[in-house]
Each structure stands twice: as structure tokens, then as C-alpha cells.
Design a protein around this ligand. Structure first.
Ligand SMILES: *Cc1c(COP(=O)(O)O)cnc(C)c1O
Length: 457
């Protein structure tokens, strides 16, 4: 009987995060200040982030030690399991070998606490009493609530209104871990009040909720802001996933031909693939394919522009060079709330530009179909976000079948869908629909990109 699970001992959990910046053949473009449009310095970011996190954001060190206190919390659920998806392979009748690394066993149910715990720890160490943040589907808010509680920090979460209404259980999780959660736009900030005046029924967006959380943090001395994705340090904290997976793939005696994952801001998937992409950059695995999967309704990398844009709607957050649909773009209300962001992690965009990774967009209906195939074969009911990655995994496995090739596919499984049963019900009862690419809305939003000087174009 061949092994279906690859388990690491706690003592084999990686003790350092991997920083891709040390191995990039071309350095990342700098962040620019939203006011001056000049490269941003540590002092500009100090009102928002712990100094250690600011250092990590620009660090060129290849490895950064994971503090003992953070490792101790990680051990509540890490190392996570690498599965061989024998039953899915059989259901698809494919010669492909499919592996998946499952992050759904963390207490909040996704990869997100890998960075939430680290961020809460550094803020605590630097004397911060309170953290503000935004959340889309609620996974990030619940992860930060979980982490803040462990380190005795107050947590205020601005939750995108449509999700707040659709997903009360995520809010209750946050409250169980002691956080406060309000729907965004909220009357608690100027950005929220301005939007409510314009459109009282505004469903909200991640970009707007970021504006609210940032405004909250800069208006109080005891408060910092925390971002659950996109930034370099967040992606770095997630590399614990890929480093574990590398050891586990070694145990399995395989190396992936294709790695597949979903990208919202890009953190779970980059965390999986950055340690592998290092091999590709160094020329050791030139044929490795890395497929970033996004929704057709929010096609940031496949249809967006590679340009400097604000990280938030109000234009208060730093300007980053990234693929963007425009900071004013509000995506259609698809169920994969975690994939509804107008921008993308600069590291992923940079690697895409350099040709080390690729991207695909998939429609909502096909992702649920794939999620149900996966649930019926492997048992796990996946998050709607993860279903995007499962769709492409299945497509690639079926391609192998057609071509009679036995490729090794590694799927980054970012979390369970236990709070997304309403979305599954909508699909199962035929009420779910596809949203076309909102070309006109993207065009309109792209007209409002910030002007930057020629040297940064
Ligand atoms: C938040 C989330 C995502 C998207 O965020 P990334 O930063 O792109 O990883 C994907 N899957 C799940 C389960 C999530 O909670």
C-alpha cells in the first residue's frame, strides 16, 4: 500500500522563513509614497507597522529566524500534512500524480494565521496595544483575532459589508476570540462615512476596508495596522508552507512538474511556491511550471495593467508596482471573497514579468464543480477560493490523461469551506452564476492610476 499522507515531526518544522528577495535576478521596484510619489522609507511606514516587519519588508537576507514564541504557536497545528490525492486521481482516471498540502487544519481554517501570529508577536514586542485590519470573506479577520488573542492585543476588524451579511459565522469567530468587527463602509472612519454618503447600500470592497483600517491605525498612537496578504513580509511568513512541502515531496520521492494555487493578494500560493521557484531561478528546475489561478470576475494578473497603483480605494496606502484593475475597481460579489482584490503581491507580479510564473483566470461555476469533485473524492469541502486552484489542478490532470503523461502536480490547498455552505447551496440548487469580465468597469478604474515620474514607469 502506497503512502497517502506525508507527515513531518514537530522537530522537523522549518525554523526560518525564506526571503525570495535574496535570490531575485532583478530587484523589486520600490514602494512609493502616496503623497510625494517618491520611494518610501521606514519612517513613512512606522505609524502603520512594527519596525521588525518594516525591516523584513525590504530585507535582502535569504533566511530570517522564526522567533521561538511564534514557533510555539505554529506547533498548535503545524507542520501541516501533505496528501497524495489517490482517490481524486482515480476519479479522474489520470496518470498524473496529484499532491496537496492542506492548510485547513489551523484553528481559523486557512493558511492566514501563519502571518497573523508573526505580526501580532512583533507588534506585542514593540509595545502596541491594538491592531486594526480589514477582512473580505472573514478568514483574515478571524485569523488576526485568533493571533491577537494569544498575545493579549485588542483587535478591530473592518469587514466588507457583503461578506459581513453573508457570513455571520466568521464575525462570531472573531468575537469568540475577543475581537470587534464592524461592516465596511462603517461610520467609524472618514473613508467609510464618505462612501456611505455617496452610496448608502455600498456592498464594500477590500480596497475600501483597507482605507478604513489604515485611517484607524494612523489616528491612534496605540494602534498599528495589519495586512493579511500582498506585502513582502506576509508572503515570507507563508514560506513555512513551501519549505515543509519541499521536505514532504522529498519523503514522497517526487518533485513537482506543476504547482497550482489560487491568488487573492497572493500570500498562500507564493508561500507555497517561492522555495520551489528558487530552484527555477537558479536553473536547477528550468521546466517547473507555476500556475497562479484567479477568478474571471477579478482577473488582476491576466487582464490588469502592470503599473504603480494605490493599495486602497482612498489612496492612503503606499503605491506599489503591480498588476492592477485600478484601485477604484469594485469586483462583482462572487463567493470567493478572498480573491476580490484589485491588486496583487508585487513579488508575484515581478516573477510573472520575469517569466518564472504564469497565470490563468477561471469562471465561478467551474470552480464549484471542481470543488464538489474534490469533496466527493478526497472528503474535504474546500473554500471557494481554493476551488479555483482545484479547477486548474483537475484540468491539468485531465490534460495528462489525454496526453498519456504522468506529471507530478502539487496543489496549494489554502483552507476549508465550512463557513461557505451557503455558496455551496447556491451552486447545488442551480442559483449560482458566472460573472463575465467587467471590462468597462476595469477601463474606468484604470483611468485613475496615480501619476508617477518617468523613472518609475
Ligand atoms: C484569504 C484566502 C485566500 C486568498 O488570499 P491569498 O493572500 O492570495 O492567499 C485563498 N484561500 C483562502 C482559504 C483564504 O482564506
Amino acid at each position: 500500500m502506497e503512502r497517502a499522507k506525508f507527515l513531518l515531526e514537530e522537530k522537523d518544522m522549518p525554523t526560518r522563513w525564506y526571503n525570495i528577495q535574496a535570490d531575485l535576478p532583478v530587484p523589486l521596484p520600490p514602494y512609493l509614497h502616496p503623497g510625494t510619489k517618491q520611494p518610501i522609507g521606514p519612517a513613512d511606514l512606522a505609524p502603520l507597522f512594527a519596525m521588525e516587519l518594516i525591516k523584513q519588508e525590504v530585507s535582502q537576507e535569504r533566511y530570517i529566524d522564526i522567533p521561538e514564541e511564534v514557533q510555539e504557536v505554529y506547533r498548535l497545528w503545524r507542520p501541516t500534512i501533505l496528501h497524495r490525492a489517490y482517490r481524486l486521481e482515480k476519479a479522474l482516471d489520470t496518470p498524473a500524480k496529484i499532491y496537496y498540502k492542506y492548510e485547513g487544519t489551523s484553528p481559523p481554517g486557512s493558511h492566514k494565521p501563519n502571518t497573523a501570529v508573526a505580526q501580532a508577536y512583533y507588534n506585542k514586542k514593540e509595545g502596541i496595544k491594538r491592531i486594526s485590519t480589514e477582512t473580505g470573506a472573514g478568514q483574515w479577520g478571524s485569523s488576526l483575532a485568533f493571533a491577537c488573542n494569544l498575545f493579549g492585543i485588542e483587535c478591530k476588524v473592518y469587514m466588507v459589508r457583503i461578506s459581513y451579511n453573508q457570513k455571520p459565522y466568521r464575525r462570531i469567530m472573531m468575537e469568540t476570540w475577543g475581537a470587534t468587527c464592524v461592516p465596511s463602509p462603517s461610520p467609524d472612519t472618514k473613508a467609510g462615512r464618505d462612501m456611505l454618503a455617496k452610496d448608502p447600500d455600498c456592498p464594500g470592497s477590500l480596497g475600501l476596508a483597507i482605507s478604513e483600517a489604515v485611517e484607524d491605525a494612523v489616528s491612534r498612537d496605540d494602534t498599528h495596522y495589519s495586512l493579511g496578504s500582498v506585502l513582502n513580509h506576509v508572503l515570507m511568513h507563508q514560506t513555512i508552507i513551501g519549505q515543509e512541502a519541499m521536505k514532504q515531496m522529498e519523503m514522497a520521492g517526487d518533485y513537482p512538474d506543476i504547482i497550482v494555487g489560487c491568488i487573492g493578494g497572493g500570500s498562500n500560493f507564493a508561500g507555497m511556491y517561492l522555495p520551489f521557484v528558487k530552484d527555477k531561478i537558479l536553473g536547477k528546475k528550468p521546466n517547473l511550471r507555476v500556475i497562479n489561478v484567479e477568478p474571471e470576475s477579478c482577473p488582476t494578473v491576466t487582464k490588469g495593467l502592470y503599473a504603480y497603483d494605490y493599495g486602497d480605494v482612498a489612496g492612503m496606502a503606499p503605491i506599489a508596482k503591480m498588476f492592477t484593475l485600478g484601485h477604484g475597481f469594485i469586483p462583482p460579489p462572487v463567493h470567493a471573497g478572498g480573491l476580490r482584490y484589485h491588486g496583487m503581491a508585487p513579488i508575484i507580479c515581478h516573477l510573472h514579468k520575469l517569466g518564472f510564473v504564469e497565470a490563468q483566470a477561471v469562471p465561478q461555476m467551474a470552480t464549484f464543480e471542481a470543488g464538489i469533485t474534490f469533496a466527493r473524492a478526497e472528503g474535504i469541502i474546500s473554500a471557494p477560493e481554493t476551488n479555483h486552484a482545484i479547477r486548474v489542478t483537475i484540468d491539468e490532470a485531465l490534460k495528462c490523461k489525454k496526453e498519456g503523461k504522468s506529471k507530478v502536480i502539487l496543489l496549494a490547498h489554502s483552507g476549508h469551506g465550512h463557513f461557505d455552505m451557503a455558496a455551496y447551496e447556491a451552486y447545488l440548487s442551480g442559483k449560482l452564476q458566472d460573472y463575465a469580465y467587467p471590462e468597462d468597469m476595469v477601463k474606468a478604474a484604470l483611468k485613475e492610476l496615480p501619476e508617477v515620474s518617468a523613472e518609475y514607469k
